[in-house]
Ligand binder design. Structure first.
Ligand SMILES: NC(=O)c1ccc[n+]([C@@H]2O[C@H](COP(=O)([O-])OP(=O)(O)OC[C@H]3O[C@@H](n4cnc5c(N)ncnc54)[C@H](O)[C@@H]3O)[C@@H](O)[C@H]2O)c1
Length: 353
């Protein structure tokens, strides 16, 4: 069992994480419990959670439809309504049992209900374990824009039980691996080498722990995303635009799948800006291609993508700002890229795929 100290809370990782959660609940004095699940985690994860934590046997269960569409103002209203109907008070606890959708949405609702009540994250997808459940960002999608409404709010604690991954689909497993590759590419070359040679998932607990530790280090330095934490956005500026454009279409991509394409395109931009060597560019492209087999994005409308990029939180006076790597294991932020540079990088990406 590993314990990582985060921004005022602990992250427990290991097969005894649920036992640790049970002990935590025993010594805390919450008036009532609300568990937010989606249609999969209610089936695959909730029974294990209740079995390990008898204190939760009378908890109110809120079930969402699975998927990004639930990160909406409508589902937020549904959660607030249920909290009110069940008389949740300032001493109630929300438990987010699910992937990044549940922790982003549940954290957002907890941090706004009665100006903020306690919540804990029990991540069940690889993406949520290694990334989304830590760092204190919560939020929902609004007006077609990813994470456009949200708060900074720290969970009281995070309990990572890798055993939950047994029922996760291979596609969602890869989706989580994408964010793990990202943290390695921006901050730890040795970790990138380890991931490159990964076979099977027998080391997943140590990989999750490393990924959380690397993210946590960045978050502790810059909890409100004013500076260095921005490097976590590598692959995300372009990735979010692609993800948003495809949302609701038959070509819809998962977050990590869009981020893989974003990382490849942004690596081409870094090379074009003479920040990244050809050797390292080629290495990143070939490793990501082999690991994730991304698709081309020839069908995407470039003008619509540029319009979305203008709405990106980092865009300043219509100037696109990106986090770009200068080598594997090091990343800079707030770097400008022109529309022409982005177009060139997208064309290069499409011609490589
Ligand atoms: N707050 C942050 O710092 C942060 C960071 C990265 C990503 N995110 C957000 O995270 C979201 C993506 O997270 P995600 O990929 O976990 O999506 P998700 O929550 O939709 O989960 C993915 C799928 O896996 C299913 N699932 C989860 N755990 C399971 C299990 N143990 N067994 C079987 N099925 C299971 C879910 O029902 C869902 O269908 C995005 O909205 C993204 O914006 C947030």
């Amino acid at each position: 069992m590993s314990l990582i100290k985060a921004n005022g809370y602990n992250i427990a990782i290991g097969k005894d994480a649920l036992k640790t959660l049970s002990a935590y609940l025993k010594k805390s004095k919450y008036s009532s419990y609300f568990i937010i699940c989606d249609e999969n985690t209610i089936r695959f994860c909730l029974p294990k959670l209740i079995m390990s934590c008898p204190a939760l046997k009378d908890a109110e269960i809120l079930e969402l439809e699975s998927g990004e569409e639930s990160k909406s103002i409508e589902f937020s209203a549904h959660i607030w309504q249920t909290l009110i109907e069940n008389k949740a008070d300032k001493n109630s606890l929300i438990i987010n049992l699910g992937g990044g959708v549940v922790s982003d949405l549940g954290g957002f609702c907890a941090s706004t209900y009665k100006r903020g009540i306690d919540f804990i994250n029990v991540p069940t997808s690889l993406l949520a374990m290694a990334d989304a459940s830590v760092g204190g960002k919560t939020g929902i999608d609004f007006a077609g824009l990813k994470n456009s409404i949200g708060t900074f709010a720290q969970p009281k604690s995070v309990f990572v039980n890798p055993g939950f991954l047994e029922t996760l689909s291979p596609r969602h497993y890869k989706n989580g691996l994408a964010e793990i590759f990202k943290i390695a590419i921006i901050s730890d070359k040795k970790f990138f080498e380890e991931l490159k040679n990964l076979k099977g998932d027998h080391k997943i607990e140590s990989i999750i722990t490393k990924s959380i530790a690397l993210k946590n280090k960045l978050v502790l330095k810059d909890p409100f995303d004013k500076g260095t934490r921005n490097i976590l956005n590598f692959g995300h500026t372009i990735g979010h635009a692609i993800e948003s454009l495809l949302l609701g279409t038959t070509n819809e991509l998962l977050h990590g799948e869009a981020v893989v394409i974003g990382m490849m395109i942004e690596s081409y931009i870094a090379f074009d800006k003479k920040m990244l060597s050809k050797k390292e560019l080629d290495e990143i492209i070939s490793v990501l291609k082999k690991e994730f087999a991304p698709q081309n994005i020839l069908h995407l409308n470039f003008v619509s993508m540029i319009e979305l990029l203008k709405n990106d939180k980092k865009t300043f006076k219509n100037k696109f700002k990106l986090a770009l790597i200068n080598k594997i294991g090091a990343c800079k932020y707030n770097l400008e890229a022109s529309e022409a540079q982005i177009k060139k990088a997208i064309d290069l990406y499409n011609s490589t795929i």
